[in-house]
Design a protein around this ligand. Sequence first.
Ligand SMILES: Nc1ncnc2c1ncn2[C@@H]1O[C@H](COP(=O)(O)OP(=O)(O)O)[C@@H](O)[C@H]1O
Ligand SMILES: N[C@@H](CC(=O)OP(=O)(O)O)C(=O)O
Length: 381
Amino acid sequence: MSKWIVAKFGGSSVKDAEAMLRVSNVVDANPDIRIVVISATQNTTNQLEFIARAASSGDSETLKSLILELTNRHTTIANELFSSEEVHSELKYLYDEVELIGETISNARMFTPKIMDQLYSVGERMSSLLVSDLIRLRMPDHKVTLLDARDVIKTNSEFQKAEPQIDLIAEKTRELIYPHLNKDSIIVTQGFIGKDLLGNTTTLGREGSDYSAALFGEAIDATLVQIWTDVAGIASSDPRLVKNAKFIATLSYDEATALATLGAKVLFPTTLLPTKRKDIPVFVGSSIHPEAGGTTVTKYQDGKFSLKAVTFLQKKEYGIVSFIGCHLDQSPHLVADLRSYLGESSFDFYDLTSVSVSFKIVNSDPTLALIKAHEILVTHY
Ligand SMILES: Nc1ncnc2c1ncn2[C@@H]1O[C@H](COP(=O)(O)OP(=O)(O)O)[C@@H](O)[C@H]1O
Ligand SMILES: N[C@@H](CC(=O)OP(=O)(O)O)C(=O)O
């Protein structure tokens, strides 16, 4: 049976020329990678939102300088990676599209989710153009195809949180991807974006490129979906907030989904739906240190009590700290521990599922509550 891997690289993994070179090294190192899914360069999607806001408020000076910063950043990457002029003319088309959408929004003095999705898509289309040209340059023995993800990821018309249409995606995959699924071919495409049945550009929700990778994985019956980011896997808590967080070797689909839904930004919450449907393992690792290994998410779930991670989610009026693991209701100590670490009146019970138990943090600094909850995990379990 063929081994087909879908490898997704997030914004942090394509943030500049050096990062893109690392991406090409990761792809070159694994002959089974067939589809490479690329996010917009770091902060580009936010910047496209600023562009839309400046345009809608009629602030033409800010609009001009934001567009210039965005285009300069991509032109700099192109200059650092390529000596040929060709990529610049292709980028220019995309820069013109940003200008044109900016003008349309300025004239209307407002922007809709529909036009925002069209504007968002330019971010992923710029970065995937650069990465595809780079992989083509560095892997001359391969046929590298830049695929417009919108031709495959068919969705409904709910702009900014579009629902993928799985049967249509399968049909488009047979037509447009299958002919390229051989060991000498690599498809580079975009995460996050799709098209509705009327041909309008849609997006799957902010940070939704992980979901795109999983959808491509499901559509080609991949043997593995890789999510390459800036940390060496899924950790027992956000390593940015909790310094002694430890990377977890394995998680079940349900645990990883709970973790993502309850606040861990490392994965988009619906990523595990398509992969679970087809029982495809998902690997999460660092494109900066690929040798460091990472986390593998599969269907296997611990049969007995296990506590794996602590997450934090900010709701409008309160924060929620959640413990993720298995059979957490079987721990007689968790609530008592929380009481002794946080104080009697600092939390209320919020929710219990088969893979999580959540508490509403009421009278305590939420980040501190997360750190203390993580201390409980490290010290007692
Ligand atoms: N439990 C966790 N394990 C690992 N990373 C986490 C966790 N919770 C939150 N994160 C954060 O997720 C970040 C990676 O996600 P993101 O910034 O969206 O990356 P990318 O640009 O690759 O999409 C990490 O840098 C980390 O701070
Ligand atoms: N670029 C989009 C989609 C995405 O998933 O990005 P990242 O993989 O960098 O989180 C966003 O920022 O929302």
